[in-house]
Design a protein around this ligand. Structure first.
Ligand SMILES: CC(=O)N[C@H](C=O)[C@@H](O)[C@H](O)[C@H](O)COP(=O)(O)O
Length: 227
């Protein structure tokens, strides 16, 4: 296992991805959120976008999972869909590079993305939605499997995290990251019990807009108030 993955064993990784266009969506604020998360015990970060990554890299040496979200016409995968982004992420200081590994039409072939990540000496993290996608990504040589995309490839998004997918990934002999809808500490603990090597938490820590909505919706539901 690479040193970066050893450093992340048993770690909380905080994804600092502000709501796009929201009041926190500025690189200096992303860097401040990252430092606050590290103060609270996070040992790794997940950062989207080159400007944000550079701002965070300037203030910490902890392992960073880097990604670029890109909406390309005619394609659904958004997380680092093209090989050119891989090179930019490596140059900006990402230690691990995350890619959408779902089984959906994509602009650059998955094998090409993984080869490009390996050519810059970084572990590749496959953001998957199913076990079959994880198995395919392992066949292509990824070092890290994430449950990131579970529930995000169509249909209603479930409430809780996909612990069953984490358990299945744990049998594949790769570093497993539990990610997606870990909204409470006990859920993160269950992920480690299910075999995850690390847990990524995003919205519950770094998207106060989402957290405020959870609370305001709960209050409205009790009041029977749709406004
Ligand atoms: C599906 C997708 O695009 N997920 C993204 C991946 O980087 C982020 O928007 C999520 O915030 C991240 O995965 C953490 O998940 P959560 O915010 O649920 O803790």
């Amino acid at each position: 296992m690479s040193r970066i993955l050893e450093d992340l064993s048993g770690a909380l990784v905080v994804s600092c991805q502000p709501v796009v266009g929201g009041p926190l969506d500025h690189p200096e604020i992303v860097a401040a959120m990252a430092l606050a998360a590290l103060d609270g015990g996070a040992r790794g970060l997940r950062i989207e976008g080159i400007a944000n990554l550079k701002a965070v890299r300037a203030v910490t040496d902890v392992p960073i999972i880097g990604l670029v979200k890109r909406d390309l016409e005619g394609f659904e995968p958004r997380i680092t869909p093209i090989a050119a982004d891989v090179l930019d992420l490596a140059a900006a200081g990402a230690d691990i590079i995350a890619i959408d590994a779902t089984d959906r039409p994509r602009p650059d072939r998955l094998e090409r993305l993984i080869d490009t990540i390996q050519s810059v000496g970084r572990p590749a993290m496959a953001d998957c939605s199913t076990l079959a996608e994880g198995v395919r990504a392992v066949d292509y040589g990824v070092e890290v499997l994430g449950s990131t995309m579970s529930g995000h490839t169509g249909g209603p998004i479930p409430d809780g995290p996909d612990l069953a997918l984490v358990s299945s990934f744990a049998k594949l002999g790769r570093f497993v990251v539990a990610e997606g809808r870990y909204h409470r500490p006990d859920q993160a603990a269950r992920a480690i019990e299910a075999g995850a090597n690390a847990v990524v938490v995003g919205s519950a820590i770094t998207r106060p807009e989402h957290v405020a909505t959870w609370f305001s919706d709960a209050i409205k539901s009790v009041r029977g108030d749709a406004s």
